[in-house]
Design a protein around this ligand. Structure first.
Ligand code: NDP
Ligand code: OXD
Length: 312
């Protein structure tokens, strides 16, 4: 029998329980705080942002499944045992959802929707004439599971697509690859709409700041669906106010929820969404966890294990 602890920092148990019961027949699926005693035997944990110190109190946890692709909601806990494998979410639902969000927001930026919405608020009949997709250069920051999926979804629309990652990638039709610090500048200089899909690590923190964002062409815009730590928001607002950048869609923030008094809410060149670019869907996520538990039980390596050295 598989014992699976569940921790979600918001309601939702009712929709997760049937999904896991269908994916893992006979699963002993326990919602926090009813996990019982650690002495009952080995368990897996499926969680989003567990209370600090909680995991360390359960030495019977064999592996942690992150409810999201990111892991910062787990690794923020200094007492998290260093030897427990953390498996990052990468189910089909997450990829499809992100591709939908990226398609929607890229099209919005290309078609000047942030400017149209700002004009509508002022009851202005403002006719703007956007470029065609084939004249627009998209730059995807991060070419992992999500970046790759989004690039493939954007391709049929005819955009000029490039991606930037840490390691070099094999040549691919319709996608220009850039990698590492050396090629970051050339990547930014050729990017009209930048899509952030990077994890939060010390290397990606503040990567987009006054100097780097100024390298982007005038009227370039930014969509960030990776992690909030990527962008220095004060610098972003300055570059939007000066007219160097034309718009930003921000889905993720260092502090979530974004506080009510944040000036970002009311900025007419910024669209704020509440970390919903993609959400983990119970059915596909439960199947993903079930497959990986099978692998662990068979002594095989599960997919997408966090590399603690790299931070993702
Ligand atoms: P992956 O681990 O599959 O991909 C990460 C990508 O980032 C890789 O291409 C990696 O390069 C690149 N990368 C990491 N560090 C660097 C660096 N220092 N310099 C250059 N490139 C770097 O992650 P996913 O695609 O699954 O997810 C990406 C992130 O999206 C998650 O970590 C999470 O933070 C965020 N996310 C946000 C959601 C939302 O709703 N807003 C939903 C889901 C995820 P390389 O290929 O060389 O390893
Ligand atoms: C995330 C997610 O990691 O929602 O942000 O998957």
């Amino acid at each position: 029998m598989t014992r699976l602890y569940f921790y979600l920092d918001e309601p939702g148990w009712e929709i997760w329980q049937p999904a896991f019961e269908a994916a893992i027949p006979g699963v002993d699926f326990r919602n926090y705080p009813d996990w019982g005693s650690p002495d009952e035997g080995p368990a897996y944990l499926f969680a989003w942002e567990p209370e600090l110190g909680l995991v360390a109190k359960y030495p019977n946890i064999k592996a942690i499944f992150s409810l999201g692709a990111g892991v910062d909601h787990l690794t923020r806990d200094p007492s998290l045992p260093k030897d427990i494998p953390i498996i990052r979410m990468s189910d089909d639902g997450l990829k499809e959802g992100m591709a939908e969000f990226v398609l929607m927001t890229v099209l919005m930026h290309q078609r000047y929707m942030p400017r149209m919405l700002a004009a509508q608020c002022k009851r202005e009949w403002r006719r703007l004439f956007p470029p065609l997709a084939s004249d627009v250069r998209i730059g995807i920051l991060g070419y992992g599971a999500l970046g790759k999926y989004c690039a493939q979804a954007l391709k049929p629309l005819g955009y000029q697509i490039a991606a930037w990652s840490r390691s070099g990638k094999a040549a691919e039709e319709g996608i220009e690859h850039f990698s590492g610090k050396d090629q970051f500048e050339s990547f930014l200089k050729r990017t009209d709409i930048l899509v952030g899909l990077l994890p939060s690590t010390p290397e990606t923190t503040n990567l987009l700041n006054r100097e780097t964002m100024a390298l982007m062409p005038r009227y370039a815009s930014i969509i960030n669906a990776g992690r909030g730590s990527l962008i220095n928001l004060e610098d972003l607002v300055d570059l939007l106010d000066s007219g160097h950048l034309s718009a930003a869609t921000l889905d993720v923030f260092v502090e979530e929820p974004l506080t009510e008094d944040s000036p970002l809410w009311a900025h007419d060149k910024i669209i704020v969404t509440p970390h919903i670019a993609s959400i983990t869907r119970p059915k596909t996520a439960a199947e993903y966890v079930a497959n990986n538990i099978k692998k662990i039980e068979a002594g095989m390596q599960p997919e997408n294990v966090l590399d603690r050295q790299r931070g993702y």
